[in-house]
Design a protein around this ligand. Structure first.
Ligand code: GMT
Length: 373
């Protein structure tokens, strides 16, 4: 098949999933065309069968907001004609699904099918905003196929947008042998010279991630045992978080490592991953941590219970329960045998439920099913 994939290029889960899907499908011999406003970070190295298309938007003094969605639709139309696309797969509904709809209608191509994968905030935060709601509902209804990355997100989409169409749940996935390639790339002593335990959080530092809770959990853990905290990522909340870290006197124990293209080397230095989000449709970073055998202490919210098994591969506690999350982290960190059991089960859960080799064919089968309808 010739497949066009639209995604965001930034260090977010939807861009990672779209890129890894493109890589997986390209390995199976499909021709992949990835459209974005910049090269997605996971695709910056050469991959056979993957063609990157940066979407250009002409600037003009009249435009307060450059019309990206129209530039994207135009690129899609040209690509669909020149490369005979079978599928246009929009990752993140906003605005990608609307551009795909427009392109398909300009082309009047009956064979070309559009697929939208809902990732989370495109439904729960941004898409549901009154300024976008009607367009997102329409684009979801008009896509030939719609997938959601968790059962939670499927239900939430139906409730939020009152859509009465099939939404297929295809969970996010990880490449199981990815960790092996990074096993020895990180030395714990660089962050924890006295053999302290290491906690980690990675996100886009938006309010929805409750990064302030990460600092508060860490402060409580730190009262009980020697520990260090690694912060990966960047975003609007970071200056405030740095300030909280300074004010709580933790600056010597917290490392801000910025955005990282590969999390795996750092997971190998990590004992427990923290994800106390307000909202999380899936929590790809939690799965990536588990793939490296790192248990996750997280909020019992959204799709996280579909990924983390409470009391087995990590712990789930109510949103904002800093005390409880710290207590569970301490319980794990102070009992090496228990930690080891959680580590093994975390990895096993990734292997048994989220293996790319089993999930990518589900997308492939979905495309084939749509094309044969
Ligand atoms: O977290 C975001 O707001 C960004 C978004 C993204 O583009 O990465 O994340 C969402 O999609 C990920 C990939 O499917 C999911 O793993 C995240 O849980 C989801 N984020 C939220 O629901 C907050």
């Amino acid at each position: 098949m010739n497949i066009g994939i639209i995604c965001y290029p930034t260090h977010g889960g939807s861009g990672v999933v779209a890129s890894e899907l493109a890589i997986g499908l390209a390995r199976k011999g499909h021709e992949l065309h990835v459209l974005s406003y910049a090269p997605p970070f996971r695709l910056r190295v050469f991959h056979q069968n993957i063609f990157l298309h940066e979407v250009d938007v002409a600037s003009y003094p009249l435009f307060k907001y450059p019309p990206y969605e129209l530039g994207l639709a135009t690129t899609l139309v040209e690509l669909a004609e020149t490369r005979r696309l079978d599928i246009i797969h929009a990752h993140y509904a906003l605005p990608h699904a609307a551009s795909a709809y427009l392109a398909k209608n300009i082309l009047e191509a009956k064979r070309l099918k559009t697929v939208t994968t809902l990732h989370g905030t495109d439904i729960t935060l941004v898409g549901a905003d009154p300024s976008f709601r009607r367009v997102i509902k329409f684009a979801i209804e008009q896509s030939d196929g719609v997938t959601a990355v968790s059962e939670y997100l499927r239900r939430r989409t139906i409730e939020e947008f009152d859509v009465r169409r099939e939404i297929r749940v295809i969970h996010n996935f990880v490449e199981l042998d990815r960790p092996v390639r990074h096993r020895d790339a990180c030395s714990r002593s660089a962050f924890a010279p006295e053999g302290e335990t290491i906690l980690m959080h990675a996100s886009n530092f938006r309010p929805v991630k409750r990064v302030g809770d990460v600092v508060r959990i860490f402060a409580k853990v730190r009262e009980r045992l020697p520990a260090k905290l690694l912060f990966i990522g960047d975003g609007p909340e970071q200056p405030r978080i740095r300030q909280i870290v300074r004010e709580t006197g933790l600056a010597g124990d917290v490392h801000f490592l910025g955005e990282q293209d590969q999390l795996e080397p750092l997971f190998f230095c990590t004992d427990v991953f923290l994800l106390p989000s307000q909202e999380e449709s899936f929590g790809l970073t939690a799965l990536e941590a588990m793939n490296c055998g790192v248990p996750v202490v997280a909020a019992d919210v959204g799709g996280l219970p579909e990924v983390i098994i409470d009391g087995e591969t990590g712990h789930l506690l109510p949103v904002g329960d800093v005390e409880g999350m710290a207590a569970k982290a301490v319980e794990l960190l102070s009992d090496p045998a228990r930690l080891e059991r959680f580590r093994a089960r975390a990895r096993r859960r990734a292997e048994e439920h989220f293996d790319a080799e089993r999930i990518i064919p589900r997308y492939e089968a979905f495309y084939e099913e749509l094309l044969s309808r």
